[in-house]
Design a binder for this molecule. Structure first.
Ligand code: NAD
Ligand code: DAU
Length: 333
């Protein structure tokens, strides 16, 4: 039996990862360590077998809690983070506390206990790309983060690299592109627009909507992380992406069309300050070295399934929708 700790396992990607692990690795037991911030929700883990998944409520920046949980683990996969760019522009402090101090606290614990560590990060650490250039991010792209969110994620990656080099911590890092799928909090682009349509609100596009994101289904992110955890080389960084580039305008129009609405029934709102233009991942290293392949590459189908999930789970998102929209409204978004 492998004892796996998943930090942030009550959030969007973390909970999808826990579900994935329970399905594909029947011999693993998972302990979720999560603070249950506004983005964490125990309902995301509902229905999982109690003998396979345990839950500890705690802050990854709390050394005592972290030490107890990590001390009993064979491996830690670290998803916990403040994850939303717009929030980081309003109040950066929690991003420093969780993304930097939290990662530092975990690194010290895995160092003390000799535990394998996998750090979940983002393509945003590389900054952005021009809209009209063919370039994509690789593991060799220099770090150039734009927002308080992405700069704290970049800092956390550098802490991991230093702990590998200085203290021989057994760690790997992955930097993934934009995820979509079920259980994503409604502040994020795709679930916000789907739940807007379901609530009779017009979808909101920042600026002209020409910014490009490289979409990957969260299931493909999960399978890549399992692969890296089991077969990745210590000290290495792997980029995770599925060749899913779309501009925001195209995505909003596709959502409206799939929901049987006029594709032009959206509105332009204030742009995000410092808005990154384009992200694009070259995942050749992961594919060639570890043989990983994405499976959910039909974006239209994945989007349709995601729309169906939000349509069937109104009770999951309706209680927080009005407050999320009220916060956006204050910024004219
Ligand atoms: P999320 O905001 O949906 O979930 C974050 C989870 O972390 C929540 O359950 C929250 O309660 C928990 N958490 C926050 N602060 C904590 C703390 N101090 N201690 C313990 N738990 C805490 O985030 P997400 O979108 O699922 O992202 C998960 C990870 O994946 C993050 O590290 C993020 O940087 C990374 N990532 C996200 C994407 C994406 O598209 N969403 C892409 C690439 C990488
Ligand atoms: O690239 C990986 C990153 O993807 C992760 O590290 C982050 O945790 C995750 O939040 C995501 O960051 P983005 O800023 O790209 O995602 P977001 O969903 O906030 O926005 C996606 C795009 O849509 C972005 O160009 C901004 C735009 N947008 C967003 C919202 C919420 C809109 O046009 N309208 C909106 O209402």
């Amino acid at each position: 039996m492998t004892e796996l700790v998943v930090t942030g396992g009550a959030g969007f990607i973390g909970s999808n990862f826990v579900r994935h692990v329970v399905r594909v690795r029947p011999q693993w037991h998972v302990t979720v360590l999560d603070k249950l911030t506004y983005a964490g929700n125990l309902a995301n883990l509902a229905g999982l077998p109690e003998d396979r998944v345990a839950f500890v409520r705690g802050d990854v920046a709390d050394a005592d809690v972290v030490d107890g949980v990590v001390g009993a683990a064979d491996a830690v996969v670290h998803f916990a983070a403040e994850s939303h760019n717009d929030n980081s522009l309003r109040d950066p402090r929690p991003f420093v506390d969780t993304n930097l101090v939290g990662t530092f606290t975990l690194l010290e614990a895995v160092r003390r206990h000799g535990v394998r560590f996998h750090h979940i990060s983002t393509d945003e650490v590389y900054g952005d790309l021009a809209l009209d250039a063919p370039a994509r991010f690789t593991e060799h792209t220099p770090y150039n983060p734009s927002s308080p969110y992405s700069s704290t994620k970049a800092g956390s990656d550098l802490l991991v690299r230093a702990w590998v080099r200085s203290f021989n911590v057994q760690a790997t890092i992955s930097n993934c592109s934009n995820n979509y799928g079920p259980y994503q909090y409604v502040e994020k682009f795709i679930p916000r627009q789907i739940t807007n349509v379901l609530s009779g609100i017009r979808p909101k596009l920042y600026g002209a909507g020409l910014n490009v994101r490289d979409w990957i289904h969260t299931e493909d992110h999960s399978s890549a992380v399992v692969e890296i955890l089991e077969h990745g080389r210590i000290g290495q960084t792997y980029l995770i992406g599925a060749d899913g580039e779309q501009n925001n305008l195209t995505v909003v129009r596709m959502i409206l069309e799939l929901m049987g609405r006029d594709p032009d029934d959206f509105e332009h709102v204030n742009d995000r300050p410092g808005h990154d233009r384009r992200y694009a991942i070259d995942s050749t290293k992961l594919q060639e070295e570890l043989g990983w392949q994405p499976r959910y590459t039909n974006f239209r189908e994945g989007l349709k399934a995601t729309i169906d999930w939000y349509t069937a789970h109104r009770d999951w998102w309706e209680p927080v929708k009005a407050q999320v929209e009220a916060t956006y409204a204050k910024a004219g978004q």
